[in-house]
Design a protein around this ligand. Structure first.
Ligand code: DC
Length: 233
């Protein structure tokens, strides 16, 4: 066990994971790792190489991919083999294909290994995704499961698209979220589920500040138990 805290956050798309995890990492001075960005980057490259549906080629692609996440000033940049893919991984095409790519068992093994290496460093870490509390770090010091109603989640995603200059109809977003929820929760390999010992936070009707506060309480508890001094800003 490291001397630092591992904070694991899971939940469906649009439940507020990224916003909450980022703020938390900034407040704590911890590393922030968006694991969804890693599945998205492989999906983007698979689309570009025309290999969607060819699991073997996708696995080979992941093996050859040196993925780097760089979190600074509240934004995560993602690079694969030196090429920046930050904005490209958020396209509608990637949204449509990412859940199917994420089903590939051997791809998950490769990415989970990378995630454990990233999170196992000396710094504290906030890592978010679908299987962080159950598979990647089942012994994390703090385990959180975020949820929100489908309507609220769709509204949030629509706003994100608007902020990036694309208008996408709300019902199209809702349909994509429902499809992804369905695939992510029912797939054979590491489905999205709430870990028994995870603290569930429903974000439908609370502010981001409140979400962060609720999780910070858990973090403080865990730090006290481990005798770790936190430096919260
Ligand atoms: O969090 P996100 O919407 O950016 O994630 C994109 C997809 O990646 C999501 O639909 C399922 C997959 N994913 C996963 O299978 N496991 C993770 N730990 C993170 C994301």
């Amino acid at each position: 066990m490291s001397n630092n805290l591992i904070i694991a956050i899971d939940g469906p798309a649009g439940s507020g994971k990224s916003t909450t995890a980022k703020l938390l990492a900034q407040k704590l001075g911890f590393l922030y790792i968006d694991t969804g960005a890693m599945y998205r980057a492989i999906t983007y490259l698979a689309l570009r190489n025309g290999i969607i549906g060819d699991d073997k080629k996708i696995i080979e692609l992941a093996e050859k991919s040196d993925i780097k996440l760089d979190f600074s000033e509240g934004k995560t940049k993602i690079f694969v083999n030196g090429e920046e893919l930050t904005d490209k991984i958020r396209s509608i095409e990637v949204n449509k294909n990412v859940s199917d790519v994420s089903k590939i068992k051997d791809l998950r093994k490769i990415l989970v290994k990378k995630q454990r290496e990233m999170g196992g460093k000396d710094n504290g870490v906030v890592m978010e995704g679908r299987d962080i509390t159950t598979v990647v770090f089942p012994n994390a010091d703090v385990k959180i499961y975020l949820t929100a109603s489908i309507d609220e989640r769709a509204k949030r995603r629509a706003k994100e698209f608007m902020e990036r200059g694309t208008e996408v109809p709300l019902d199209e977003i809702k349909k994509n979220l429902e499809q992804r929820d369905q695939i992510d929760s029912s797939r054979e390999a590491s489905p999205l589920t709430k870990a028994e010992d995870a603290v569930e936070v429903d974000t439908s009707n609370i502010t981001i500040e409140k979400q962060v506060d609720l999780i910070l309480k858990e973090v403080k508890k865990a730090a006290k138990e481990k005798g770790i001094q936190l430096n919260i800003t």
